[in-house]
Design a protein around this ligand. Structure first.
Ligand code: ADP
Length: 276
């Protein structure tokens, strides 16, 4: 007897296109955001939020209109880093206005919407992604040259929503030295490719610690592999940031704008021009 043909659809020749414009949502009509940069990491605790804050502070110090969207909805840390809270948001019947830091960085975060900073957000994924989209559609960002998005770690639903819904111009990958040898960067590179978004560069955080007595650089996590990784994937190294207790203190006390951020000067070579 002839074998029964199974009704299996033919395999697509190419992986389905998940990026592109088809899922794009309209920004609030008061917003004019020129460049959107996503800051990603493979896992939590590597300093992604601190680096997002540093990038924003760098851009602001260099004269750009700057904004930070905290897409880490369940673990938001931007308000704490910039010393902002519930009372810093302004809402009208039509829209929400982001909170503004001392130097003029615009910030929107889930933690600005809850009175209690430590109230947990226990939401299912569609609710989280819905809130995130509202950060784009319902927040009047005004004029922004660079918006940095602090992404949740990994490659889940929220990063996917950001890449599909928002016009992301580029990705900055944050990793610690020990992550740079494994699959973490590979995954981030894979996601960027699938979403057709260029990777602007790698930032190695916690690269070394400087001995306060002799100034020697001590590599707590062993020799760095950042150059090797950068070469392998043809991605520039934007910064190597040391472990600096002053930085922890600044971020943890709302003084992110007073941080030492000269390490971030490499951004000038990789950020897309603002244009008109
Ligand atoms: P992530 O967003 O990846 O979870 P965070 O930016 O919240 O990580 O950083 C976790 C903790 O490590 C914070 O307390 C932060 O201040 C601290 N931290 C991050 N980078 C550095 C650094 N280079 N030097 C000192 N402390 C750092």
């Amino acid at each position: 007897m002839a074998e029964k043909k199974q009704n299996v659809p033919p395999k697509p020749k190419y992986p389905p296109k998940t990026g592109g414009d088809s899922f794009r949502i309209e920004a609030n009509k008061g917003s004019h955001v020129r460049r959107v940069i996503a800051v990603v990491s493979g896992k939590g605790g590597v300093g992604k939020s601190s680096v997002t804050a540093m990038a924003a502070v760098w851009a602001r110090r260099n004269g750009f209109e700057t904004a930070v969207m905290d897409a880490d909805i369940t673990g938001p840390s931007m308000p704490r880093m910039f010393g902002l809270g519930y009372t810093d948001l302004v809402a009208t019947e039509e829209c929400l206005y982001p909170a503004t830091t001392v130097t003029g960085i615009k910030v929107m975060s889930m933690n600005l919407l809850t009175k209690q900073e430590d109230a947990p957000v226990i939401w299912r994924s569609p609710v989280i992604t819905g809130a995130l989209k509202q950060f784009w559609t319902d927040v009047n960002w005004g004029n922004v040259d660079y918006m940095f998005i602090d992404m949740p770690p990994g490659t889940g639903d929220v990063p996917l929503t950001v890449f599909q819904s928002l016009p992301v111009d580029g990705i900055l990958i944050v990793a610690t030295p020990q992550d740079l040898v494994g699959m973490i960067v590979r995954k981030a590179v894979g996601m960027a490719k699938m979403m057709s978004v260029p990777i602007l560069g790698i930032i190695e955080n916690m690269s070394y610690v400087t001995c306060p007595c002799c100034g020697q650089q001590i590599k707590l996590f062993g020799e760095s592999h950042v150059d090797e990784t950068a070469q392998k994937y043809k991605i520039p190294v934007v910064a190597r940031i040391p472990i600096d207790p002053a930085q922890t203190a600044a971020c943890d006390t709302g003084k992110a704008e007073y941080m030492e951020i000269d390490y971030m000067d490499g951004l000038k070579d990789v950020l897309p021009a603002v244009g008109e």
